[in-house]
Design a protein around this ligand. Structure first.
Ligand code: HEC
Length: 250
């Protein structure tokens, strides 16, 4: 075989290999964007669990989100298609699925890289093709807010969170004057940053409140207290005007 024909043979082999790999990657892409065909349609889509969670930006929410398709009578519908969507940067695992025998699809969600509230949409359609949508909100905490959350878990939660868990016994019920959970926007939004700084640093009496709220000025630094305030603002429900950006589907 001449050197020339050997080279052209090699080139041909290379071209075939290239074409095959291109073809493969194309068909793979097509396969993943083909949605499964629903075998049933519902009339409503509801959240079963997982809304109002928080995680640091870019990280997985602690619990999966579970949504359910129901028929007009409120009975679960297996075999319906649900698709999830949100702002860029939010990752769903999986991003769509057919409802299981209990009418549900479960997805794990990682929020985007910017701190704020993320609107997550779950979409299905009824038998006429009309879209039915459910929107839930999840919160991504920035670095400072995450620090505030850790300080809260360490110092504040036992009095300010009324729920006892296996790991943590709440002291809230034992207090004569009940502190508010920090999610309670109706109360906390009315307090300015200066008020929050005062009561956290110097205790209840700083604002003519009960001394059952201790002073933390000797325990926490100024930037710790700022982090706590950033956290309190971030988790406020309903959202505080300082609560930060809202990210919806784009
Ligand atoms: C030992 C229990 C206890 C701990 C721990 C505690 N607090 Fe409080 N806190 C209270 C009580 C009780 C009140 C309500 C005082 C009142 O209304 O007279 C209060 C009130 C507050 C308020 C005013 C809003 C509200 O709930 O009425 C803020 C803000 C606050 N605390 C922040 C904090 C922060 C931040 C921490 C952690 C660094 C913390 N607290 C730790 C008991 C506690």
């Amino acid at each position: 075989m001449s050197r020339l024909s050997l080279i052209s043979l090699l080139l041909l082999l290379l071209a075939v290999a290239l074409a095959m790999s291109l073809g493969l990657s194309c068909s793979r892409k097509r396969a993943s964007s083909t949605l499964p065909n629903p075998t049933a349609f519902g009339a409503a889509i509801v959240e079963s669990s997982g809304r109002k969670q928080m995680a640091q930006t870019g990280l997985l929410l602690p619990q999966p989100v579970v949504v359910q398709v129901n028929d007009a009578q409120g009975a679960a519908v297996p075999g319906a298609l649900i698709e999830f969507s949100a702002a860029r940067g939010v990752v769903f695992d999986p991003s769509y699925g057919l409802t299981d025998s209990s009418g549900q699809v479960t997805t794990n969600i990682s929020l985007g890289g910017s701190a704020g509230r993320y609107r997550i949409a779950a979409l299905t359609s009824d038998k006429t093709g009309k879209k039915i949508e459910l929107t839930i909100e999840e919160i991504a905490l920035g670095y400072q807010q995450t620090l505030g959350r850790q300080l809260n878990d360490q110092y504040c939660d036992r009095c300010h969170n009324p729920e006892s868990t296996a790991e943590r016994l709440s002291n809230s019920d034992n207090l004569e004057i009940r502190p508010h959970p920090f999610t309670e926007g109706d109360t906390l939004d009315k307090m300015s940053d200066a008020d929050l700084t005062a009561i956290i640093s110097h205790g209840g009496p700083a604002l003519n409140r009960s001394a059952l709220m201790p002073a933390w000025g000797d325990t926490l630094t100024k930037s710790d207290i700022q982090a706590l305030i950033a956290y309190i603002r971030a988790i406020s429900d309903p959202p505080d005007r300082n609560a930060g950006a809202v990210f919806a589907r784009n």
